[in-house]
Design a protein around this ligand. Structure first.
Ligand code: HEC
Ligand code: HEC
Ligand code: HEC
Ligand code: HEC
Ligand code: HEC
Ligand code: HEC
Ligand code: HEC
Ligand code: HEC
Length: 467
């Protein structure tokens, strides 16, 4: 129960911080306060929760310790075991041993398993097997791994801070809590992972979890491309850089904070050049025409502050279901001139196209459907592209069906210049999965084309060009 009270005290502290909102509209973002949780990370929540731990355990408990509750076979515990042992070594060296880790093995598994865990991960500190479950009950632990900072003096043991659950990367926050010079622990130049940043940057972290960047790794996994070296670079953080992502690294998957802000983040007064990072991944091949003014508002760092819990959860679920609209940030915005303007110079393409399924798509709309913009939006080229679909049929080139500019973008400048390569979207160079699929599935939705597959679709489209 005690740890629950600690949790409640911490939550109350967060609420206090949230009431002092500062404006942050410079980037087209929602108002929010940067690094809202920083004081808690650096000074602790400022609460003391007495712990009714078993007497024989209190006797062996040091004056200050980090109690780590774990189960030997729990995969999350195994994932952080080395990090926690390194933290213990750091405490031994830098704090003169005044605080150490005490490992508490869950009674649900045997003492033998706990000992094997100790050997496997080279644990050097004190380990207790909580056979009766009394320690866990007194600390209020319900899941592993959990870590709490406990002081044990004449008054008896009190919990003063907690990291529940303990996630990869949180040892940096524990070091910052305990070190005489906390900021030195947020080593610039070393990748930490989002969990570290999120301890202080609470709103930024919650808002990042609403962006497609937070599912970039999942996207690759779903396509079975997460082991392909051609693909991982832009879908993780710091690949190919010292201390950056390597295969198997859980903390640095997805396009995390440090993919844009650099390892450790900019806390040393150095200029923050996050805006310069985008085109490293959103290059010509992977984003057709990347524009900051369109893209940066879509990574609003304080978007979460405007949502209640239900709306937040719903948006997260939609992200996992793949239902968050791909805003096609890459597609150029502008007026289309119509397929007739292309025929003079691209006769082969226009002839073949007019006879193809795309070229006759309007003929599929019988009766009222041809006058229904809700149908026409996918069966004809919009007079203006790169903007949300228009609600009137007059805003579409209904005579040409799905014409050239539905896929190649506005062609006015290209026509006026008599051709060229830098004034029209050349899809041939684009990464098919990163760019083309999003373009095609903006019309070939699950509802309208349940059997959609990219490669055969592209073959057909090449044929539609008369090739
Ligand atoms: C101990 C708390 C703490 C941690 C951990 C932390 N930050 Fe910060 N960060 C701050 C504070 C405090 C500021 C200054 C906030 C302000 O401008 O009011 C800041 C500022 C920033 C800024 C803005 C800098 C600028 O020049 O405008 C960025 C970007 C940033 N942090 C990124 C990160 C990243 C990335 C991580 C994780 C690797 C991280 N932070 C971890 C506390 C923290
Ligand atoms: C490390 C590579 C990387 C960097 C750096 C990067 N992005 Fe991305 N971005 C991606 C990937 C990968 C996706 C697609 C993720 C998915 O859908 O699974 C993406 C998706 C997006 C999307 C959503 C796409 C859509 O169609 O709606 C936006 C918006 C975006 N990025 C903006 C930015 C901005 C702004 C910057 C720079 C401030 C930036 N990105 C930096 C890799 C990156
Ligand atoms: C140079 C960086 C880069 C590389 C390499 C890269 N991607 Fe991407 N990927 C991106 C960016 C940027 C986006 C977001 C594009 C946008 O929305 O404008 C993206 C988006 C995606 C999407 C989401 C598209 C959608 O319809 O939702 C998938 C799937 C994807 N990439 C798979 C892959 C695969 C598979 C590979 C390897 C063949 C790969 N990526 C290699 C940068 C990259
Ligand atoms: C897609 C790239 C991208 C990612 C990922 C990203 N940021 Fe940012 N961040 C930016 C940009 C762009 C700005 C505004 C311009 C600048 O500071 O360069 C910014 C600004 C900030 C600021 C200053 C905000 C203010 O209001 O003054 C902080 C703090 C920050 N980011 C922290 C984080 C943290 C923490 C994460 C991870 C949870 C994160 N960012 C993830 C691109 C990114
Ligand atoms: C006055 C002649 C002319 C007109 C009209 C014209 N094009 Fe082109 N287009 C060209 C030439 C020439 C090239 C080849 C440029 C090169 O390879 O140097 C070209 C190339 C292209 C490319 C490939 C671009 C690249 O980077 O290789 C596309 C796509 C294209 N045109 C689409 C269109 C569309 C769509 C229209 C109608 C809106 C159109 N064109 C109208 C002359 C024209
Ligand atoms: C989100 C885009 C989209 C909208 C909206 C849309 N369609 Fe389609 N429609 C398609 C696509 C994509 C195909 C091709 C499917 C395929 O190749 O399997 C198609 C095919 C068709 C076909 C021929 C194949 C079939 O399923 O019989 C008809 C008829 C049709 N649509 C009618 C309509 C009507 C009527 C409406 C309005 C109620 C409508 N469509 C709205 C995208 C759309
Ligand atoms: C459904 C989307 C779509 C439509 C509509 C479309 N194209 Fe394309 N176009 C593509 C794709 C995808 C490629 C790249 C194909 C590849 O991978 O080789 C391409 C490539 C091209 C190229 C470059 C060929 C090369 O050799 O590099 C030209 C030129 C072109 N299209 C012209 C046109 C013209 C003219 C029209 C209208 C008659 C048109 N396209 C309609 C999707 C489309
Ligand atoms: C503006 C909406 C739109 C876009 C974008 C679009 N399509 Fe289509 N596509 C349609 C519609 C509507 C049909 C059904 C036309 C019909 O049945 O006459 C269709 C039909 C098709 C067909 C069936 C044709 C056949 O030969 O059987 C294929 C394959 C196809 N599209 C592939 C693609 C590919 C690949 C892309 C992306 C490069 C793409 N489409 C982009 C709307 C679109």
């Amino acid at each position: 129960m005690s740890a629950c009270r600690l949790g409640a005290a911490i939550a109350a502290l967060f609420l206090l911080g949230a009431s002092a909102l500062a404006a942050s509209v410079e980037w087209g973002w929602t108002a929010g306060e940067p690094a809202q949780g920083a004081s808690r990370v650096l000074a602790g929540p400022g609460v003391e929760v007495p712990l009714d731990l078993p007497k024989d355990f209190v006797k062996v408990l040091p004056a200050s310790s980090v109690l780590v509750y774990f189960a030997p076979s729990c995969p999350h515990c195994r994932a952080v075991a080395k990090e926690l042992e390194a933290l213990d070594q750091w405490m031994a060296t830098h704090l003169g041993g005044t605080t150490r880790i005490v490992w508490v093995a869950s009674g649900n598994q045997s003492a033998i398993a706990a000992d094997e865990f100790r050997q496997e991960f080279g644990i050097t500190g004190q380990m207790v097997h909580d056979a009766s479950g009394n320690i866990a009950a007194a600390a209020g632990w319900r899941s592993t791994p959990s870590a709490i900072l406990v002081l044990n003096d004449k008054k008896g043991p009190v919990a003063v801070d907690g990291w529940i659950p303990f996630r990869p990367g949180l040892s940096t926050l524990v070091r910052m809590r305990l070190a005489p010079d906390p900021w030195a622990e947020l080593a610039p130049g070393v990748y930490q992972g989002n969990n570290t940043c999120g301890g202080c940057h609470v709103d930024e972290m919650a808002s990042w979890r609403l962006t497609l960047h937070s599912v970039a790794w999942r996207t690759l996994q779903e396509g079975g491309d997460d082991a392909d070296p051609k693909c991982v670079g832009c879908h993780v953080t710091g690949a190919g850089r010292p201390s950056g992502w390597v295969p198997g690294d859980e903390a640095l998957v997805d396009v995390g904070c440090e993919a844009c802000h650099g390892p450790g983040g900019p806390h040393d007064g150095a200029p923050d050049d996050a805006l310069a990072s985008c085109v490293g991944c959103h290059d010509k091949e992977h984003s057709i025409v990347f524009r900051h003014d369109k893209a940066v508002p879509l990574v609003d760092h304080y978007a979460a502050t405007a949502l209640d819990e239900a709306a937040y959860t719903e948006r997260r679920k939609a992200l996992f279901r793949g239902e968050v609209p791909q805003e096609l940030i890459a597609f150029p915005e502008g007026d289309t001139v119509g397929q007739g303007a292309c025929a003079a110079c691209h006769p082969t393409e226009v002839k073949a196209w007019s006879a193809s399924a795309h070229g006759v798509a309007m003929r599929r709309l019988e009766g009222d459907a041809a006058a229904d913009a809700g149908c026409v939006k996918c069966h004809a080229t919009a007079r203006r592209v790169g903007v949300p679909p228009a609600a009137e049929v007059s805003s579409y080139h209904v005579a040409e069906s799905v014409g050239c500019e539905s896929c190649h973008g506005p062609g006015g400048a290209h026509v006026a210049a008599g051709g060229g390569t830098d004034n029209i979207v050349h899809l041939g160079e684009s990464c098919p999965v990163c760019v083309l699929e999003a373009l095609c599935t903006s019309c070939h939705t699950k509802d309208w084309d349940p059997d959609w597959a990219l490669e055969p679709g592209l073959e057909a489209v090449r044929a539609h060009h008369g090739k």
